[in-house]
Design a protein around this ligand. Sequence first.
Ligand SMILES: [Zn+2]
Length: 263
Amino acid sequence: MIVSLLCDVEAHAAGLCRPEIVRLPGSGPVLLLAPHPDDEVLGAGGALCKHLQSGDSVSVLFVTDGRLGGRGHGKPLELAALRQREAIDACAALGGATCEFLGAEDGNLRPLPTLVSALREVILRVQPRLVYVPGFDEQHRDHVLTSALLAEAWRLDGGDWTVCAYEVWTPLKPNCVVNITRQMEQKRAALRCHRSQLEQLDYLHAMEGLAQYRSALIPLPDVRFAEAFWRSTPQAFTCGLERFVASQRAGGGPPPAHAASTQ
Ligand SMILES: [Zn+2]
């Protein structure tokens, strides 16, 4: 039994490799699914700046309304309206991303058919070649469910776009990494647009820390900040999500973090 395990681990270890250093994970049109206003900047703000600088169209779809995102801003729907304005400002600061809002209730996102239909309509309209979405093992229910909405939309309609999973609350196991050193100031500026959120937590500090950590994956002296992603086919992403959920249901150890076949 132990010998078999060691052999399996050895085979697994033999397949390990460093993430690929890419200028961008793919080309546009780009669609990013953000569970809440601010995830678009935290997870992929640098890459989105690069896309826009390259002439790619970038559409950001905000899934929930962010009404639970903090104290001191009146009633939940007033905060939702404020966060929508902040999101619009942030998308402009990234370099001109377009944005739209599904309006699901923050903290109570459910995989309703109406939401799946709305997402399918957006995909049909945007015709993305690259879709950014939170990693499915994020430790936040709205983030996990956002990735599930995308998987369900693909299951129903298919599509040959590339999925690019990003990290916010839970570092993922990346297979590609993007140097965002030159985009970092713009990413900071975009994050500062989410003023209501910066009052709750020093997201600038946290975001910088993650980007600095990820820069170690690009061992060049002038690389100071990076964003890491798990790039896959929609099929591999859906398969990974299914395996992740099954492993969690079985209660067995750490999830097979992004262990499905990669692209
Ligand atoms: Zn979020």
